[in-house]
Design a binder for this molecule. Structure first.
Ligand SMILES: NC(=O)C1=CN([C@@H]2O[C@H](COP(=O)(O)OP(=O)(O)OC[C@H]3O[C@@H](n4cnc5c(N)ncnc54)[C@H](O)[C@@H]3O)[C@@H](O)[C@H]2O)C=CC1
Ligand SMILES: CC(C)CC(=O)C(=O)O
Ligand SMILES: [Mg+2]
Length: 368
């Protein structure tokens, strides 16, 4: 199969972990006789430096033509003093919006060798399997007005949703729950926010069309607590953009590290952008120690969800399981008696544990 993949490494560790994902995909291409063509484009701080824009038109056009997009991470101190609409993060929000990627799927399930790597008790973590479905192109991160109001010595951000935006993400949650353990937890702040009250009404109305799926509602503050005191009660969690952003970083502690979490940002036709949950991690960037597994798992999610390559995705996930069983881990994972390795060595080990591990011959501009 011939697939065109746009890669957006971005900033900080984004560049380091993207190399890992591409190398793993090259090995998969070789093993399964696929042709993956990678085209690297600019986003975030790297794009500001080269093109004076966090999301150049060339990047948007390339992403729109691609079969799928891989994204590393954006942001860093260098660009922190820029106005909000010129920051690297604006490029990330922009590409999600441009591609219409309204649903961000964040699976949280610990690999068995990492059950003891969480600061939470192993018996709490063991058996938990959560999918956070975060609304991605609306809500507080996109609503207007969003500005300083100097004449009032004030500031405003806006939480705006159309009914249609809420309906499509709730449908996505119910449809996805049908393929899992058939339970949806909708998380909101309906005791305070009007947007949450409308969200809750839509969940109730939509639930009538999915009689085999059970549903409950939680306020976001209590949900944050329950995520780490009783995570096994959750199957699918669906929530507003900012709530999902925050809860998923919190939930990552179940897996041992934020660096383990992949995500898929999708729309209804299967087109997707695949990105780890974490950011550009400036505190460890350039040190060669970033955990590449969240990025590699995002690539395997791309194979599964955008390309229908189930066996190939399984091979990557099995190779990660084997590598962790062998005791290898990057320093972010607090494991007793393991062997600490860097980003590149971890990538070599995963590739070495693929069913076959010959070097790839795929077409690749900057990763050959
Ligand atoms: N998707 C994206 O591009 C995102 C970008 N950001 C941006 O990233 C920059 C840094 O933000 P932070 O709040 O520090 O969040 P962060 O997610 O970059 O890092 C939080 C902590 O987790 C660690 N960490 C994250 N990923 C890791 C990995 N793969 N391996 C090992 N350790 C890892 C970092 O070292 C840091 O201690 C900011 O500019 C922010 O706006 C933040 C989140 C998401
Ligand atoms: C720019 C932010 C919204 C990025 C982030 O934290 C995320 O998408 O998880
Ligand atoms: Mg986040």
């Amino acid at each position: 199969m011939n697939k065109q993949i746009v890669v957006l490494p971005g900033d900080g560790i984004g560049k380091e972990i993207m190399k890992s994902a591409v190398r793993v995909l090259q090995a998969i291409a070789e093993n399964f006789n696929h042709q993956f063509t990678f085209s690297e484009q600019l986003i975030g701080g790297a794009a500001i430096d080269q093109d004076q824009s966090p999301l150049p038109q060339a990047t948007i056009q390339a992403c729109k033509k691609a079969d799928a997009v891989l994204l590393g991470a954006v942001g860093g101190e260098k660009w922190d003093s820029l106005p909000g609409d010129q920051r690297p993060e604006k490029g990330l929000l922009g590409i999600r919006k441009e591609l219409g990627l309204f649903a961000n799927l964040r699976p949280i399930k610990a690999f068995s060798p990492l059950l003891h790597a969480s600061p939470l008790k192993e018996e709490l973590v063991n058996g938990s399997d959560i999918l956070i479905i975060r609304e991605l192109t609306g809500g507080l991160y996109f609503g207007e007005p969003k500005k300083r109001i100097p004449e009032e010595n004030a500031v405003v951000d806006t939480l705006y949703y159309t009914q249609e935006e809420i309906e499509r993400i709730i449908d996505k949650a119910f449809q996805t729950a049908k393929t899992r353990r058939k339970h949806v937890t909708s998380v909101d702040k309906a005791n305070v926010l009007e947007s949450s009250r409308m969200w809750r009404e839509i969940v109730e109305e939509k639930s009538k069309a999915y009689p085999d799926v059970t549903v409950n509602h939680l306020l976001v503050d209590a949900a944050a607590m329950k995520l780490i005191t009783n995570p096994k009660q959750f199957d699918v969690i669906v929530t507003e953009n900012m709530f999902g952003d925050i809860l998923s970083d919190e939930a990552s502690v179940l897996t041992g590290s934020l660096g383990m979490l992949p995500s898929a940002s999708v729309r209804t036709d299967g087109v997707g952008l695949y990105e780890p949950v974490h950011g550009s991690a400036p505190d460890i960037a350039g040190k060669g120690i970033a955990n590449p597994l969240g990025m590699i798992l995002s690539a395997s999610s791309m194979l599964r969800q955008s390309f229908g390559m189930e066996q190939e995705a399984d091979e990557i996930e099995n190779a990660i399981q084997t590598t962790l069983e062998q005791g290898y881990h990057t320093p972010d994972l607090m494991i007793k008696n393991g062997t600490v390795v860097g980003t590149e060595e971890m990538t070599d080990l995963v590739i070495g544990n693929l069913a076959t591990n010959e070097a790839s011959k795929c077409i690749c501009n900057s990763y050959a």
